[in-house]
Ligand binder design. Structure first.
Ligand SMILES: *[C@@H]1O[C@H](CO)[C@@H](O)[C@H](O)[C@H]1NC(C)=O
Ligand SMILES: *[C@@H]1O[C@H](CO)[C@@H](O)[C@H](O)[C@H]1NC(C)=O
Length: 996
């Protein structure tokens, strides 16, 4: 405390003198600038003002989605995600790095193979996506320990504070990861434009000193700077509270940002939007907290996580659906958000024990791109409408958000309008119209009073506008389409572009709606495609007004050299705006795209387009027979070439090219998993009397290294004190009976959804009724604990990562606690983990895992032939392995998943781990759920070749357990442009020296 007071005084003195002052912390010199917002720029590529970032001098809105490379451990699939994000009209992806996966042993940073970040950077660059790097060291992210490796539980200091022991623990990781990120900064020609130090440093607990601690934050920032990070630092406050915003003193970041999860994480009532959950104060908070930086929402709700026993991701996808997208995201535009990152845009999988206890294997998140990478959720399409609009609307960033009102701009107080006003009467303005009760399902009719052409009432040509239930619209005023001024439009803009001989503007609305737009200085219009019924036009003053009823068939209206394409929302979903390249390089620039893009009507997905001579190449994916049309192609384009196949191409009178792609689902066969030859062994030999545990780690520390949790037992039984932090743990306690023991009680911890089973010698304690011990004889307790991961470390003082795992306490009646001598094991080697390819968390402490039998080609010749469908008839843990071949057609993206079924409606509880070619890709808990379907990506599964799968079946009931069903199932195959998906390394079984 005294130290802090001294600093504060020194800071005041320094400010008075206008000079920088320095602090020493852990060998670092921390320099406090009087005004961090004005500190020297380290580079010229990424700059900012109060309205937006500039990249290479270009002002642009960054529309971003969160992707975690470690949740899709197949590097050759990363390009697929980036292209699907790019196709949304987005230009950025934010990613975390998970420290627990790359420095499992203190001082040993290891980021190769599937953990190498460079291929992720390369794929981003190929797709034309900028990156925000978020390496922590603390990330939260619903991963084990919040990204802290298990050994941090032994740090004698409070995590995420200036305690020297904690700061020291982070040095090696940050030095490595930040240096890797530094190499891929935009300043070095890479895709990374922003860096976020720490994460959600927003609240503290339990009387921790110095919160928020700017000196600590500055240490974290200096670690990055010292490793070569020169791009701007952005923060991510867990709520808009202004922590570390520029102007708050030492530790301030360059650009302030915050989170927003307005509908929370309970997906059990997916149609209910509780009142008051729509943010309305973001802009006023921004003006108070960080008026000099672009308004940035570094995480905005893109779905929700779901815990063990939760309601499942289909519900989360419904709660955070296409309606959520249009109401909540467009509402954020009313705050002139200039950086918006959706968490998650693709969730992926908590494979190999990487998740925290509050989540299960799937991390689908109900995101726009599903866990199996498909984009059939309507929210993806809705998001594409928004992303493409923002991409071609730079004028948005120059407006000033005004106060919301339900009287000034509309005819009804049922609606509320937030204006984004241009700086003068000819500049672009935007009017964001929503229901005053944001969750309303009513359709409301209205007229608009906009400050154009003398405050006219719109529609001018008669009729009413309509805002449907759970919708929100953005009406534009003075919208520039390549030199043509659209005075206003109530139809929403999807995109526009300049062509060789004119301009194209694409508008959409919902069927049944009436819309109107006005084009300045235009004289006449004609309908050049589709029926003119329902379309009216009239010259009013110097503008031409066009009114139309939205129809499900496309109409094109020509106004001078502007072609206006009128669509209904569902049809608009089929349109894509790839940037046209000549050399395959997609690039980044936003405004350039309005000249160099093409508008493609297709179906499932359009990835890229390029012009080669007169061939217009399009790479695209299809899940149905589809007519592909290209609108606004360069006049030299004559033929459509899809995925390198030249198609019969027709050109209509409006210059629209079209060709047809035939889709015929391929035929392929899957093995019936039930009928495969399964080999099996008991993977709990520990309960046999002959079992020798001499190689096990003795749990003999009479103290704990866990500074947050004193022990209650004579020796520590906390797993992390002995280097075990992942997967199943087994404890063995032996005692010599005095003959008077009547009960054994114990308290374990394995995180939310965990379980344990215990035996005395070979007797399952669940069914043990206190049989008589023979004095002088040795008895062994075996306790198996399912560890679901380490808890997150929510803020300084919470010390969640230190919540112990293992046995917390026990009593053996009639005896003192030290009558029992304990040993334990987790994964073979603990922090000296065996499987460098699949990483430190993938395997736990069961016998078969310690031996490595979960990998391909285990030595199963001598094992029993028995299957998990027959199962076991008593409590215990059984291991199964089998293999099968797949021969799936190339050129198809075929999502596969393993589907578990119970054997009866209320089966005895059991726990299963599923290994696919050695990667743990599923943890199924029969009595908790909710997950039963486990997607496994191509690359973990070999689509053309042999696959080895293994299961651990842990029967927690004395009567045993068996699977009701397990099938390999595919969803709709997608004819894909994706090429070069490579299987990752799948080391096969080799005898492990020292395995016990
Ligand atoms: C932190 O590291 C420094 C430099 O290696 C060392 O001098 C210091 O003793 C360490 N502090 C703790 C608490 O481990
Ligand atoms: C942690 O450090 C404190 C002093 O800072 C010391 O008293 C305590 O014994 C240490 N605890 C452990 C487990 O090393």
């Amino acid at each position: 405390m005294k130290l802090a007071a001294t600093w504060a005084l020194a800071a005041l003195a320094a400010q008075a003198a206008g000079a920088a002052i320095s602090h020493k912390l852990n060998g670092f010199t921390i320099t406090e600038h009087p005004d961090p917002a004005k500190r020297e720029q380290l580079q010229k590529y990424v700059t900012w003002d109060d309205k937006s970032l500039f990249i290479n001098g270009e002002r642009l809105m960054l529309f971003s989605g969160e992707v975690h490379p470690f949740r899709l451990p197949v590097p050759s699939l990363w390009i697929d995600i980036f292209q699907k994000v790019k196709a949304l009209g987005f230009n950025c992806v934010s990613f975390y790095v998970n420290w627990a996966l790359v420095e499992h042993k203190p001082g040993h940073y290891r980021a190769d193979g599937i953990f190498d970040l460079q291929p992720f950077f390369d794929a981003a660059q190929e797709a034309g996506i900028y990156l925000l790097a978020r390496p922590g060291p603390y990330i939260n992210a619903e991963v084990s320990g919040g990204g802290f490796p298990g050994w941090l539980a032994r740090v004698n200091g409070t995590l995420r504070t200036r305690d020297e022991a904690y700061l020291n623990s982070t040095n090696n990781y940050v030095a490595h990861v930040a240096a890797t990120i530094a190499k891929a900064q935009i300043t070095n020609g890479g895709p990374i434009i922003l860096y976020q130090p720490e994460n959600e440093y927003t609240s503290a607990c339990c009387g921790v000193d110095n919160f928020p601690d700017g000196v600590y934050m500055q240490y974290v920032e200096d670690q990055a700077r010292n490793a070569g990070i020169v791009i701007p630092l952005i923060s991510n406050d867990a709520a808009p509270e202004g922590h570390e915003a520029p102007g708050t003193g030492v530790g301030a970041v360059d650009i302030y940002g915050h989170d927003g999860y307005p509908l929370g994480f309970d997906c059990s009532n997916p149609t209910v939007w509780p009142s008051g959950d729509l943010p309305t104060n973001y802009w006023s908070l921004h003006e108070q907290q960080s008026p000099t930086t672009p308004y940035s929402i570094v995480e905005f709700q893109g779905g929700a996580f779901d815990p063990w026993g939760g309601s499942g991701f289909d519900n989360c996808a419904e709660l955070l659906n296409n309606e959520f997208v249009r109401v909540f995201y467009k509402n954020n535009f009313s705050f002139r958000v200039a950086f918006m990152n959706l968490y998650m845009i693709f969730g992926g999988t908590n494979w190999g024990n990487l998740g925290h206890p509050g989540g299960y294997t799937s991390y689908d998140y109900g995101a726009a791109i599903s866990e199996s990478r498909n984009i059939t959720r309507e929210k993806y399409s809705e998001l594409k409408l928004l992303g493409n609009f923002m991409k071609v609307t730079p004028g948005y960033l120059l407006t000033a958000p005004g106060n919301s009102t339900s009287s000034t701009y509309t005819s009804t107080s049922d609606l509320t309008v937030t204006p984004l006003l241009g700086s003068n009467s000819s500049a672009s303005s935007f009017f964001v119209v929503r229901h005053s009760d944001y969750s309303s399902r009513d359709s409301v009719e209205y007229t608009l009073k906009l400050p154009v052409a003398g405050n006219v009432s719109i529609p001018q040509l008669g009729g009413k506008l309509t805002l449907g239930g759970r919708d929100l619209k953005i009406h534009v005023v003075n919208y520039d389409v390549a030199g043509t001024n659209v005075l206003y439009s109530t139809g929403e803009i999807f995109t526009w572009k300049k062509t060789d001989n004119g301009k194209i503007l694409v508008l959409y609305g919902d069927t049944g709606e009436h819309h109107e737009l006005a084009v300045s200085g235009a004289s006449k219009s004609s309908v050049v495609e589709g029926s003119s019924s329902g379309i009216t036009s009239k010259k009013v003053g110097s503008a031409l007004i066009i009114g139309w009823d939205v129809s499900t068939s496309r109409r094109i209206v020509q106004v001078d050299d502007l072609r206006i394409i009128l669509l209904d929302r569902n049809s608009a979903y089929n349109y894509w705006v790839p940037q046209l390249s000549s050399n395959g390089s997609v690039g980044y620039s936003s405004q350039e795209t309005t000249a160099s893009s093409v508008i493609v009507k297709a179906g499932y997905l359009v990835r890229t387009a390029s012009l080669q001579g007169s061939d217009l190449h399009i790479s695209a994916d299809f899940n149905a027979t589809t007519t592909v049309e290209v609108i606004g192609a360069p006049s030299s384009a004559k033929k459509i070439v899809i995925n390198n196949q030249t198609l019969d191409t027709t050109v209509d009178k409006n210059g629209i090219l079209s060709a047809r792609v035939h889709y015929k689902a391929p035929k392929f066969k899957f093995p019936s998993l039930k009928d495969l030859p399964w080999k099996s062994i008991d993977t709990l030999p520990e309960i046999q009397t002959s079992y020798d545990d001499s190689a096990w780690t003795a749990a003999n520390h009479p103290y704990t290294n866990n500074s947050a949790n004193p022990i209650k037992t004579p020796t520590s039984l906390y797993s992390t004190d002995y280097g075990f932090s992942t997967g199943t743990f087994i404890y063995r306690g032996s005692f010599v009976s005095a003959g008077n023991e009547t009960s054994f009680a114990f308290h374990t911890e394995g995180g939310l959804g965990y379980g344990h089973s215990a035996w005395i010698n070979s007797t399952f304690i669940g069914s043990w009724i206190g049989s008589v011990f023979r004095p002088g004889e040795t008895y062994v307790l075996t306790i198996v604990i399912d560890n679901m991961g380490l808890d997150e470390n929510n803020g300084p003082g919470y010390e969640g990562t230190k919540d112990p795992r293992g046995i917390l306490d026990y009593t053996l009646s009639g005896r003192s606690a030290d009558a029992i001598t304990w040993k334990l094991t987790g994964n073979l080697g603990g922090e000296d983990y065996q499987d460098l390819t699949r990483g430190p968390l993938n395997e736990g402490g069961l016998y078969a895992e310690r031996q490595g039998f979960h990998q391909p080609e285990p030595p199963s010749q001598e094992w029993n032939t028995s299957s998990p469908f027959t199962g076991v008839s008593q409590a215990g843990v059984q291991f199964y392995s089998t293999s099968f071949d797949l021969d799936l057609p190339k050129g198809w993206d075929i999502p596969l998943y393993f589907d578990f079924r119970n054997s009866s409606s209320s089966p005895a509880p059991y726990r299963v781990q599923l290994f696919v070619n050695g990667y743990q890709y599923g943890k199924y808990v029969s009595n908790i759920g909710p997950q039963t379907a486990y997607p496994v990506p191509e690359g973990i599964l070999n689509y053309q070749g042999r696959n080895w799968i293994a299961l651990t079946l842990w029967a927690q009931d004395q009567n045993g357990a068996k699977l009701g069903g397990l099938d390999l199932i595919s969803t709709t195959p997608v004819l894909t442009a994706l090429r070069g998906v490579e299987s990752v390394d799948q080391p096969k079984y080799q005898k492990r020296s020292g395995a016990y």
